[in-house]
Ligand binder design. Sequence first.
Ligand code: SME
Length: 150
Amino acid sequence: MFKELRQEIKGTITKVNVPVDNRLQQICNLLKESVPYYDWVGFYFKNGDKDELKLGAYAGEPTDHTIIPFGKGICGQVALSDKNFVVPDVKAQDNYIACSINVKAEIVVPLFANGENIGQIDIDSNTPDPFTTEDERFLEFVNQEVAKIL
Ligand code: SME
């Protein structure tokens, strides 16, 4: 599954005539539709000079959490740690921001441009403990591709 998806991601990234925001939207839609346990897929980016994240493109239910301060929730922690954060069970986390009662697990992978952590991809799953190192490698790839067009 991820092998084919990598090719499709590359195809989307190289659509130079499509605005970048639309390409990011297409990637969110593609991931949500293709991976059965990806129930919400979104990109957060550093909001200008502020120590906070701002929601960009996403696919899935709208969320109230369009701004997340650095340090808050899984996303805010990744903004500071520069490391992948895989959460098999969101109930076991005390620094967690709930977006939907259906969410069981989450993965957040930082996005680096010129070596700087400028955002992240965030995936919520309604399936308990679904993420493996394959998801991590795949999402790192997605972010590397996205970094080329930012
Ligand atoms: N759960 C995230 C907040 C973002 S929503 O999942 C869309 C967190 O704890 O940072």
